[in-house]
Design a protein around this ligand. Structure first.
Ligand SMILES: *Cc1c(COP(=O)(O)O)cnc(C)c1O
Length: 366
């Protein structure tokens, strides 16, 4: 079986370094908000090219906390509207709801599955406060177009970089392309922890300072609580693991690119629609997503050939029971994407012969 993603194989590469960190941690006895976190925050900020990185417990919290911090500044208030692509992973939309704001869905483009900048302005009202740009599947959105609209209407731009660690857009990395960015280090992401983790990156001094308190009960000084914060910390162990893995992120992304290029150059099957790449450095291939009309048959066929695939994502957010407020809305492009997408295996530890046999099976499919 060619697994969709082999997390055992990905992480066992660092076994010795991980064990050393566990040893260090047991000796130190310091588990939260210590040197390991500061070191990772410094390195990840440097990697993204930003002034600040604030580690938090997961990617969902990262996005929620950005919005909560803006509410503390009085820049947003309950029921204000945040624009977000209709086909994103549910967490982007949940973050907006959980922060007490109103998600407004914008249709994506068919070809690259990213938010369509030409459909943003028609959704802007006098309650709109931000655009959440989701770099879905690993490819950076059209940030010039998005930032131009944001400037015109005085909106914040929040990147959801949970799937795009390390991707570039015109010489800047994601995490440095808007006002603030949320990252996830969920184990399956391009930079994954051995458990949950997340971070926020920003160049905004005031925002970073609020966030550092907010993730720790609203406190920067023990027993002094400036904000009604929460408990959402990236622990020392995960921070240490992430510091080890960060060194390999660019290499791993290059491996993903070479697998994606093999798929793109060699899959030739008229029933399978390949993804569009805007430019090579803009995509880090968190997922390799194709479209096909008879998705279930295709998935069954590949499984018979011992190739595991996954659907990202089978149900559109506006069709989820949790979001009854969208029940009367239709988003035809998003719906068709959700009905037809299927992800082929891609990861830094896949063998080229595995990739080639997948190409062969896909080309033989009819
Ligand atoms: C994974 C993901 C998140 C949430 O991250 P968690 O760490 O699982 O909370 C948010 N947005 C997108 C696009 C994601 O893929």
């Amino acid at each position: 079986m060619i697994p969709f993603l082999d997390l055992q194989k990905i992480n066992i590469r660092h076994e010795e370094a991980f064990k050393q960190e566990i040893d260090d941690l047991l000796k130190s006895g310091w588990f939260l908000l210590g040197d390991k976190l500061s070191e990772f925050e410094r390195l990840f900020a440097q990697y993204c090219g930003v002034k600040y990185c604030v580690g938090v417990a997961n990617g969902l919290d990262a996005l929620i906390l950005i919005l909560e911090a803006y509410k503390e500044f009085g820049l947003m208030t309950t029921e204000d509207e945040v624009l977000v692509p209709a086909n994103t992973y549910i967490a982007s939309i949940l973050a907006i709801s959980k922060a007490g704001l109103k998600p407004i869905l914008v249709e994506p483009r068919f070809d690259d599955y990213l938010i369509d900048p030409t459909k943003i302005e028609e959704k802007i009202t006098n309650r709109t406060v931000a655009i959440m740009a989701v770099h879905l599947y690993g490819q950076v959105c059209d940030m010039n177009a998005i930032n131009t609209i944001a400037q015109k209407y005085n909106l914040k731009v929040i990147e959801d970089s949970a799937q795009s660690h390390g991707a570039y857009y015109q010489n800047k990395r994601c995490g440095n392309l808007g006002d603030a960015s949320g990252f996830s280090f969920y184990p399956g992401k391009n930079l994954g922890a051995l458990g949950d983790g997340g971070a926020i990156t920003t160049n905004d001094d005031a925002l970073a300072s609020v966030l550092k308190a907010y993730r720790n009960y609203g406190s920067n000084e023990k027993y002094h609580h400036k904000f009604k914060g929460i408990n959402s910390r990236l622990d020392e162990m995960q921070a240490a693991f992430l510091t080890i893995k960060l060194k390999y992120l660019d290499d791993d992304n290059e491996k993903r690119r070479s697998i994606a290029n093999t798929y793109l150059e060699n899959i030739k099957n008229p029933t399978i629609i390949l993804p569009i790449v805007n430019s090579s450095e803009r995509h880090v291939w968190h997922l390799f997503v194709v479209r096909t009309k008879r998705r279930n048959l295709f998935q069954k066929y590949l499984l018979e050939k011992a190739v595991q695939t996954v659907v990202h994502y089978p149900i559109a957010p506006h069709r989820q029971e949790a979001f009854k407020e969208f029940i009367n809305d239709t988003y035809p492009i998003s719906e068709e994407i959700h009905d037809t997408v299927i992800s082929l295996p891609i990861s830094p530890v896949m063998m080229m012969d595995e990739v080639e046999s997948i190409v062969k099976f896909v080309n033989l499919y009819s």
